[in-house]
Design a protein around this ligand. Structure first.
Ligand code: UD1
Length: 431
């Protein structure tokens, strides 16, 4: 299994191009199941999760090519991909595939909308809490789906087709909102979703669906209205830029010091996170090119944050911000309100010398003068990258083990950081 070796202490100077958002690319790719025509997506990041979803969609009969070439012919990054679900050949999403990536459960919505039935494995537990799918299933039931859960599979049927309805989410759920929208666009009649997720990735999905002929109103608001249509067409769509990747590198620059331009980053998608980084002592400026983050000399100051649905502080940046706070002056209080058990990075950060105390869903971080490099273990996607950030500022060498988590969500991480002067290398470890 690959490892990443980092020698800390270098300031970061240079430009980091921000990739297309993984969390937008995945639902957009799944939306290709909603039409017989080709959906072309540009700016798709080359990530393990994207490759896995290509395999899953292929299982349902989706024809795939990238930059006009067939799978396997080109090893280059999948900048533009073309997906065509002319005929859906299988409505079962088996455990072996769904268990590898939770978001693949969302195929349940387009399969039901197109085929009137779906048999999808429950995603099961996950390293960041229980993450149930009850609200996704509730939304589908409201739209007329009958279902049974048997032997770890959801057997879902819509014998009379999907029928528009009122769906009120008791908590904000991104996956629930994606699912409800993808089902409702082809349902008969009118659907109203209340307490919908307002995340930019939801907006990106709805924008693309509208290009495909869907009638979705209120995109980006908590009340979304959808008028079902008979069928959807193909479309061209550019995946929005990855706010989590941009926020991560912004925190890396703030922590290691230096001057970094995050090319293509969109400040509007990162409001509360940029505010927190600024309060912590970095200078953040917005230019036509993207977001520039500088910190030269000045120390870091402790800042309290609490995660919340968009436009609040994103849970996907909580681990990275905690890394930043480990070297800030004073005590920072970091509250996780979205996921239980999303503090697995705490014990690994402690191995680098961080002082962090956990009290339920709150982490109290007492900044130290310096971290020391050490061998650490990547536990989940965002936790892993928080270790990379901490290692960039730590004294000496850190080896991050189990980096396949990073490959799921960060495109060309070593190259992007390396271009800015960081000492980062991948150690390939066959076997
Ligand atoms: C998505 C993102 C993930 C991000 C999260 C929150 C993708 C691929 N993943 O995950 O990176 O951290 O949004 O911004 O886009 N919940 C239920 N029942 C349900 C569904 C969710 O109780 O049926 C709960 C979850 O346990 C969690 C909260 O709702 O506590 C939010 O989860 P949700 O927004 O659905 O996260 P995901 O869509 O899985």
């Amino acid at each position: 299994m690959d490892r990443i070796r980092i020698v800390g202490g270098q300031k970061l100077h240079g430009t980091i191009p921000i990739s297309g958002a993984k969390n937008a690319a995945l639902p957009l790719m799944i939306a290709s199941l909603l039409t017989r025509e080709t959906l072309s997506l540009q700016n798709v990041p080359a990530l393990a999760d994207v490759n896995m979803l290509v395999r899953i969609l292929g299982h349902h009969g989706v024809d795939y090519s990238q930059n006009g070439r067939r799978v396997g012919e080109d090893e280059h990054a999948a900048r533009a991909i073309h997906l065509c679900a002319r005929d859906i050949v299988d409505t079962t999403a088996p455990y072996e595939l769904v268990s590898k990536m939770r978001a693949s459960f969302w195929v349940i919505a387009p399969l039901l909308a197109r085929m009137g039935e779906a048999r999808v494995s429950l995603p099961g537990g996950c390293a960041i809490g229980t993450r149930p799918v009850d609200l996704l299933l509730m939304a589908l039931e409201k739209l007329g789906v009958e279902m049974e859960i048997e032997a770890g599979y959801v057997h879902a049927k819509a014998p009379k087709g999907l029928i528009g309805a009122e769906i009120a989410f008791p908590t904000v759920t991104v996956g629930g909102t994606h699912t409800a929208i993808m089902a409702a666009v082809l349902a008969k009649g009118h659907t109203v979703i209340t307490n919908a997720a307002r995340e930019p990735e939801v907006v990106d999905l709805a924008t693309c669906l509208n290009k495909m002929g869907a009638k979705i109103k209120g995109v980006g608001q908590s009340r979304v209205e959808i008028e079902g249509v008979g069928s959807l067409t193909g479309a061209y769509h550019r995946v929005l830029s990855d706010r989590i990747e941009a926020g991560t590198y912004a925190m890396a620059a703030a922590m290691a010091g230096g001057d970094v331009m995050l090319e293509g980053a969109e400040p509007d998608l990162l409001g509360s996170a940029l505010e927190a980084i600024t309060q912590a002592g970095a200078t953040v400026t917005t230019t036509n090119e993207g977001i520039r983050v500088q910190r030269n000399g000045a120390g870091l100051t402790a800042v309290d944050v609490s995660t919340a649905p968009f436009p609040g502080f994103p849970t996907d940046l909580q681990a990275q911000f905690m890394a930043l706070m480990t070297m800030a002056k004073g005590r920072s209080r970091i509250t996780e309100t979205i996921f239980e058990n999303r503090f697995m990075h705490v014990q690994e950060l402690a191995r680098l010398g961080a002082h962090i105390k956990l009290e339920g869903d709150v982490a109290l971080v007492d900044g130290v003068k310096m971290l020391q490099g050490a061998p650490v273990m990547a536990t989940d996607l965002r936790a892993s990258v928080s270790l990379v950030i901490a290692a960039l500022a730590a004294e000496g060498e850190t080896v991050v083990n189990r980096v396949y988590h990073l490959d799921r969500g960060f495109e060309h991480l070593e190259a992007k950081l390396g271009r800015c002067g960081a000492v980062v290398e991948r150690l390939s470890n066959p076997g």
